[in-house]
Design a protein around this ligand. Structure first.
Ligand code: FPP
Length: 267
């Protein structure tokens, strides 16, 4: 049986101690992260906000690598929300440039590590150059069988539900209404995340107690982990702490005992 320290070389005693506590069989199957606090991180250092975003990309890279090494099946990062268009144009342009830079630099290593890149959100409204880079990355990694890295871009949870309802209506129009009845599976199957397990761990950095329109349907049973740590400070050690904390929780799914204990496999 693999142990965590065989998959990931600890870089400090603290990391080693956390890795010792991790049971690989009980890692989350899908980690979703609201990466918040880049601006505040920069402000505290008297730096421009964009310096916070740059530091944020570095941490995203570290988190992606850690999850991939530990064989977490899916990781979703909230990189740009529908609401983020309200930011100053210069900051939006910088974020788009940063994303393209990230893809250009990291795509070879993402591919080499058998990671499959997916994008969720209304991608058609993104700048054309970004769309092209995303399509290229998704095409290149389409056959990869390792971790799924899902980047939420121009994403909103309510918009996703609207898109799902409209796509269900399209299906009804095409096939006729008579025998059609929607159930939870129908809705899940029409979300951007169709085919992915629902997140079982939702991490939010920088302390805000909100879900901010992120994966509204999918996080119904997710464990919430909200930390005051700002995103650029959310190092590997902080992520491992979140995993250990997740493993200490008893998941009930509205019932009396955790499926990990009963082995009934309910999600
Ligand atoms: C929140 O900080 C972060 C964002 C708006 C998203 C940007 C994310 C990155 C740059 C990470 C990169 C991810 C990938 C996949 C390459 P904020 O500006 O809202 O901080 P504040 O709340 O302190 O102002």
């Amino acid at each position: 049986m693999a142990i965590a320290t065989e998959l990931l070389k600890p870089t400090s005693r603290a990391e080693a101690a956390l890795l010792e506590q991790i049971d690989l069989k009980r890692l989350p199957r899908h980690v979703a992260i609201i990466m918040d606090g880049n601006g505040r991180w920069a402000q505290r250092r008297h730096l421009p906000r964009i310096a916070g975003h740059r530091a944020g990309v570095k941490i995203a890279r570290e988190v992606i690598e850690t999850c991939a090494r530990l064989k977490v099946p899916a990781l979703t990062l909230y990189a740009f929300s529908l609401e983020n268009w309200r930011r100053p144009k210069a900051e939006i342009d910088f974020l788009m440039r940063l994303l393209r830079e990230y893809l250009k630099k990291e795509l070879p290593s993402i591919h080499r590590n058998n990671i499959r890149l997916l994008v969720i959100g209304r991608a058609a409204q993104l700048p054309e150059a970004v769309q092209k880079d995303i399509e290229k990355a998704m095409r290149l990694t389409a056959q990869n069988t390792g971790m799924k890295l899902i980047v939420a871009l121009n994403y909103g949870g309510r918009a996703e539900l609207v898109d799902a309802f409209n796509s269900i209506l399209d299906r009804v129009r095409l096939n006729g209404l008579a025998a059609f009845q929607a159930d939870e599976e129908t809705i899940s199957d029409h979300l951007y995340t169709a085919g992915l397990p629902d997140p079982d761990l939702l991490i939010r950095t920088s302390g805000e107690m909100r879900v901010s329109n992120f994966l509204l349907w999918q996080i119904a049973y997710a464990e919430l982990y909200i930390t005051d740590t700002l995103w650029p400070d959310f190092t590997r050690e902080r992520l491992l702490e979140a995993f250990v904390n997740f493993q200490q929780r008893e998941r009930r799914y509205g019932g009396l005992s955790s499926p990990h204990e009963t082995g009934n496999g309910a999600r």
